[in-house]
Every structure is written in C-alpha cells, then in structure tokens.
Ligand binder design. Sequence first.
Ligand code: CA
Ligand code: CA
Length: 254
Amino acid sequence: MGNGLFFTIGNNYNFSLLPPGTYKITGIHRALGTRTYKDIVITADQPTTLDINFIDNTKPVITAFLISDANTANKEYTTNRKVQVEMEGYDDSGTVWRYLITETPETPTVEQMLLGDENPYTSYDIHSPDDGQKALYAWVMDGSNNISIGSSVTILLDTATTLTIDTITSPTYINYQTMGGQKEEGALIDVNCSTAAIGAVNYPSETTWSVVLSDLNLGNNEITVISTDQYNNQNKGLPDTCNSQRKCFRLLPA
Ligand SMILES: [Ca+2]
Ligand SMILES: [Ca+2]
C-alpha cells in the first residue's frame, strides 16, 4: 500500500481501514460513468469519513443550438439582424455556469465567457457587417472554467437596405454640384438625372457614397438615387424640393 495505489470508493468506505500513505482515488459519476481522480493522504489519526471534492475536468456540452427568424421561424433565411435562439447546455456537475454566442470559431477565453449569460440566450443580434451567410457559435462553461466545444449554425441574413442623401445646395448659381450620403455596406448606388452629366459614383468608405453632377440645366434638375444591396433590396432617396419625389437642384441664371 502507498503511493499510486488505485482503488474505487464504494458507498460509505471506511478510510480508517487504510494504513497511512498517499492514495490516488477514483470517482465515477453516477449518471455519466465518467471518472475523475484525486490524490489523498491518509495519516495515522485519519477520521473514518473524508470530504472529498473531485476536480471537475469534464467539459460541459451544447445539447441544443438553433437560430431562426423571429417572425417567420425560418431557420435558413432571415431579414432581421435580431434572430430567435434556442440553446441548451449540460454539465456533469449539474450546473452550466455561463452561456455565450460568438460570430467566430475561436474558443472564447474564460474572461469572455464570464461576459456571457447565466441563462441560455433566447435572442441574439448579429453584429458582423453586411448581409450574407452568417455563422453563429454557441459555447457553455462550467463552474470550474471548463469551456465546451463550440456548436455552430448558419443563417442567410438579407436585410432591407438603407440610403441617405446629404443636404444639397439649391437653388444654386453653380452648374456643377457634388452630392453624397450614407448607404448599407456592400450596396451599390445608381444616380440618374436627364438634365446633367453624371460622374462615376465614388465610395469614400464602405458606408458612404458621392457623385459629381455637371452641366446642370437652368431650372429644375431632378435627380434619382437608388441603393441596391447584394440581395437586390432597393431604397430610393427621400422626397425633396422642386415639387419632385427625388432630390432636385434648381439652377438659377448667373
Ligand atoms: Ca464539468
Ligand atoms: Ca441588406
């Protein structure tokens, strides 16, 4: 008897039967049959019962992870960044300590897990920019900071597109003008005006656009701006002056 002795503790094992020494003992989870190990030291005056706390080395698991459109319940396609979530985790200790959803496959750190929720998510806002196939990853952590393997699902995000047009100067005496505004990332801008020359549309950033119009006609120059995202959702510029439903430069005689 002594170092390295291996035995299994039955119910009500009487430790006083053991001679002094160091023992490696095995605990078997009643439900899972998983084993954990712990070294104990038995001394000459050992009491007959011991309070043994096994170290939890067993990762929790994601037992369910589903996302869907909150209105249609469609699991493959959504028009809303806020999706509905069904999520369940399990740990051998009986308690899942934290739940977390991420948008990258890397295992979160313990600190990141602690920023998660004590309860399973019921909804989630997709943060990553742009539309397209979105992968979400679910994670759970137990009370001993063991983090599960991630579970992932994907859904196609197809949001309505947005467009803004900055305030323009009108009426004006200058027959060339720059206009621009905000747009959805990934969307393309189309500018039309039958009474002026239209330059190429520029994209100073992923979410802004600008264009130069020249040779404006005297009088009203109605301009139509249409934003089209990668899934062909369209948004047209808001109504403006000149009795037009679109932006309008009124060019005055010099
Ligand atoms: Ca565990
Ligand atoms: Ca969109």
